[in-house]
Design a protein around this ligand. Structure first.
Ligand code: PMP
Length: 357
């Protein structure tokens, strides 16, 4: 079998048509006799790629005109520090919703720059839910959310009005569902799930909010520097941006974000239904907060877990081992994963129930 059923959490599956075109462009990009890897980032051809990718982001997410679309580096983890470095002044407070491993990492970095108020946490139940009720100090510099908790398998579906600027880490669900960008002041996401290969970080930010950022910041950590230089203050991650462009074109062909959202709902429904039906497995996230991107579940005992991992591997299923803090399994159902792969996983669970005793 050439292609495995790749349920990896990121880097993750990308559409094979995108891989093929990217591979071709590594050898000879657009018949130019040059590889995409060897052209200048200042060439008109590559500047065109940056522009097209920004326009695709704008079109697919209906980004309002008064927002900037930036391509940065350093992964979402650099954003954990860059956000407070730009927007949290010493002696001031920022608010964070603690929904899991990555939210905690963001909180840790913010504490280096100012006071952090954790408005609510779901740590009490191993992050199996999204806290519903909390108050945000109106004096807070911002509230920080993690829209999809990649490790714990929970997702925020309701971003209620807050009264303070809203910042959201959307690394693992951006482009998987419709969002209203105008509800946020700054959105960030590492590329390596639904956007493209690792390397670039997407930032979408309200201009008026960016204008308010602190001034004495190293250039590479300063959003305004990237905005003023069309994301090319320094050499950008050329290949990652190029493949993101191909991937977003593919997404447009799928009916855009609303088209893919329907498919993602269908995939998640199918897998959760089997988890709920099959007596050998159970889900870890509370039902109303279940993520459509990362489906976390456990086997009834360690022996069944070990055996099912081997059983599934035999069917070409890879990437389903859960993260160590949750254990069990995590099946990531990102945009490029076809429904047929989910069917293979579900059939494997059905067959496993039959043979396991
Ligand atoms: N936030 C979330 C929600 C993530 O899933 C990840 C990575 N999987 C990160 C942040 C960290 O991203 P990076 O590895 O790009 O720094």
């Amino acid at each position: 079998m050439y292609k495995k059923h790749n349920f990896g959490a990121g880097p993750c599956i990308l559409p094979s048509s995108v891989m093929e075109q990217a591979a071709q462009s590594v050898i000879n990009w657009n018949g130019m006799g040059l590889s995409i890897l060897e052209v200048s980032h200042r060439s008109p051809e590559f500047e065109d790629v940056v522009l097209k990718t920004q326009l695709l982001v704008r079109g697919l997410l209906s980004v309002p005109d008064h927002y900037s679309v930036l391509f940065l580096q350093g992964g979402a983890s650099t954003q954990f520090a860059m956000v407070p470095m730009n927007f949290l002044a010493a002696g001031k407070k920022a608010s964070y919703l603690d929904t899991g491993y990555f939210a905690q990492k963001a909180i840790k970095e913010a504490k280096l720059f100012g006071d952090v108020e954790v408005v609510a946490s779901s740590k009490d139940r191993n992050y199996a839910y999204i806290p519903g009720q909390f108050n945000i100090d109106p004096q807070s510099a911002y509230i920080h959310y993690t829209s999809n908790n990649t490790i714990e398998g929970t997702e925020i579906f309701d971003f209620s009005a807050t009264g303070v600027p809203v910042i959201c880490d959307m690394s693992s669900d951006i482009f998987s569902r419709k969002i209203d960008v105008s509800n946020f002041d700054l959105i960030y996401a590492g590329a390596q799930k639904n956007m493209g290969p690792a390397g670039m970080t997407l930032v979408i930010a309200k201009n008026e909010f960016l204008d308010r950022a602190k001034k004495e910041i190293p250039s590479m950590m300063d959003y305004q520097v990237f905005r003023d230089n069309m994301s090319m203050y320094n050499t950008p991650p050329v290949f990652s941006i190029y493949v993101a462009m191909l991937n977003l074109l593919w997404l447009k062909d799928q009916g855009g974000v609303s088209g893919i959202e329907q498919k993602n709902i269908e995939k998640a429904k199918l897998l959760y239904a089997e988890i709920d039906r099959n007596p050998l497995f159970y889900g870890t996230a509370e039902v109303e907060h279940r993520s459509r991107m990362n489906v976390t579940f456990l086997a009834v005992n360690k022996d069944a877990e070990t055996q099912f991992l081997a059983f599934a591997a035999n069917m070409g299923i890879v990437g389903i081992r859960g993260y160590r803090t949750v254990g069990g399994f995590r099946a990531s159902l990102y945009n490029a994963l076809p429904l047929s792969s989910v069917e293979v996983l579900v059939n494997a669970m059905v067959d496993f129930e039959r043979i396991y005793s």
